[in-house]
Design a protein around this ligand. Structure first.
Ligand SMILES: C[S@@+](CC[C@H](N)C(=O)[O-])C[C@H]1O[C@@H](n2cnc3c(N)ncnc32)[C@H](O)[C@@H]1O
Length: 196
């Protein structure tokens, strides 16, 4: 499948799953049926200083709101998603005071426009971009992360199982994988790259 088609199919399938059969469940646009407290608290553990946090593939911004509301550090949230309805919900209902920080875009394109050394925490699921786009995307993440900041690579376990991967590092090149600190949770795999 060509890359353009790969993104179109992915977006269509997710939109159907998250929105067309959704009878008002606010967790579904993020892939959950109930509030994923424990998983989001696990993510919260990677926030170790104040600053800007971005979730690339943010759904309706629920994870970002969890981080903003529960972190001991002051955070400014940013979110990107290619599903218009999810971003609209983030702006209107989830984090209205940060509405201007939410963008409808393909992550693959958005990362190219991110300013240098701008974000303190970048949450990124490598499954969201086509494998061919991954090396360039990761280079942009490293460029856009502030020195002393963190790139939090994450993937949910259902995805890992479908690909026969052991952890999120299996998406990445050996060079990047070597730099990651690995964290295992029963439902999500995380690799943290500290930018020094
Ligand atoms: C499983 S949900 C995760 C939502 C949120 N990050 C969380 O952990 O609760 C994945 C989200 O990524 C979005 N997504 C997947 N691929 C994308 C891409 N290439 N560009 C933008 N958004 C993408 C989907 O639309 C969906 O909202």
């Amino acid at each position: 499948m060509m890359e353009k088609e790969w993104y179109e199919v992915k977006k269509r399938k997710l939109k159907e799953l998250y929105w067309e059969q959704n009878k008002g469940n606010p967790y579904l646009p993020n892939g959950f049926l109930v509030y994923p407290h424990e998983i989001y608290d696990f993510f919260l553990g990677f926030i170790n200083h104040p600053g800007r946090v971005i979730d690339l593939g943010c759904g309706n911004g629920l994870l970002l709101r969890h981080l903003v509301e529960n972190s001991e550090h002051e955070l400014v949230p940013y979110g990107v998603d290619f599903i218009e309805e999810s971003i609209e919900q983030a702006r209107r209902d989830i984090l209205p005071e940060f509405a201007d920080n939410f963008v409808v875009a393909n992550v693959r394109d958005y990362v190219r426009e991110m300013p240098d050394e701008y974000f303190d925490f970048i949450f990124f699921d490598p499954y969201n971009v086509h494998p061919k786009d991954l090396p360039e995307t990761v280079n942009h993440l490293i460029r856009a992360c502030r020195t002393g900041g963190r790139i939090i690579f994450y993937t949910y376990h259902d995805v890992l199982e479908s690909l026969n991967f052991e952890w999120v590092g299996d998406f990445l090149t050996e060079e990047v994988r070597r730099k990651l600190k690995r964290f295992d949770h029963p439902e999500v795999s995380v690799g943290v790259l500290e930018k020094s």
